[in-house]
Design a protein around this ligand. Structure first.
Ligand code: G3P
Ligand code: MG
Length: 271
């Protein structure tokens, strides 16, 4: 599929702007942490990702009923915890009681849904954090404000990348905190205007976080020509990783950081 990245809307921030994140190119970004070896989006999975050598982690964030930003992928707690119901209907005090480890493995019984702040406090000391704003089902909840307030309060503007499939959400973040970088997520199954990044002029991304099937030399050239980075997701096959690294991809979002690091060992020196 030919991939067209957005309309010609003038220069975005120069690529140098993200040099502080992409000290290693391609950066290996652990998707929901090392989620094949520990429960996704848990502190255990994030710690393990760093032990395995990942340069960054990706996580998903949404708001509890009392507006605490919590790290979980699904709108409901059912798949990953011993509870039922929607995250948005439960307070932080209720969410923190749930066992978020046993469904993965009895070895992780007692793992908890973390707050965003807990993850940022611990992980940002050692790696950067790709924060996916997961308010697709709760648009208008002002998650962007809560997250950028936290990032600014903690002084982590240069340790995070905000990401979203919703360009309007990134546009809100850009207005609230222009100095916190943004990654526009796309995937082939979305409507064409989202798939092909037509609203990049709203999101003003410094990175295009493209689905693996959209990441090719043409897309990389187009993004780099406008001074943006490209991170591909979700890349678990070493053959894909080697091809992407050779084509100049800036980041690889993966469930298996150790496999990808092993595959691209040579290329990690380029950054
Ligand atoms: O950052 C890429 C990826 O996280 C987007 O999809 O559903 O795994 O959050 P998902
Ligand atoms: Mg995600």
């Amino acid at each position: 599929m030919a991939f067209f990245i957005g309309p010609p809307v003038g220069p975005f921030l120069p690529m140098d702007d993200l040099n502080h994140l992409f000290a290693h190119v391609p950066a290996v970004i652990a998707h929901r942490g090392a989620n094949r070896r520990a429960p996704e989006n848990s502190l255990e999975a994030f710690r393990l990702a760093l032990e395995l050598g990942a340069h960054a982690i990706e996580l998903d964030v949404m708001l509890s009923r009392d507006r605490v930003p919590v790290v979980i992928h699904d709108t409901r707690v059912d798949r990953t915890t011993d509870g039922t119901g929607r995250v948005q209907d439960r307070t932080w005090a209720e969410l923190r009681e749930l066992d978020a480890g046993s469904k993965f493995s009895s070895a992780f019984r007692g793992a908890r849904i973390p707050q965003l702040q807990q993850v940022l406090e611990e992980i940002s000391r050692r790696a950067w954090v790709n924060i996916e704003l997961k308010n697709y089902a709760t648009r208008g909840d002002r998650l962007e404000q809560v997250v950028v307030d936290m990032v600014e309060r903690m002084g982590l503007q240069r340790k995070v990348l905000l990401s979203s499939f919703n360009p309007l959400s990134l546009g809100r973040a850009a207005r609230l905190a222009p100095d916190v970088p943004r990654g526009l997520l796309t995937m082939p199954s979305m409507p064409i205007f989202l798939r092909d990044g037509w609203f990049a002029f709203v999101a003003k991304p410094q990175s295009y976080n493209l689905h693996l099937d959209q990441t090719n030399a043409q897309a990389l050239r187009a993004a780099h020509a406008r001074g943006a980075r490209v991170c591909a997701w979700t890349v678990n096959d070493p053959v894909d990783a080697v091809r992407l690294a050779a084509e100049g991809v800036d980041g690889i979002i993966t469930d298996e950081p150790e496999v990808i690091l092993g595959a691209i060992g040579q290329e990690t020196q380029r950054g």
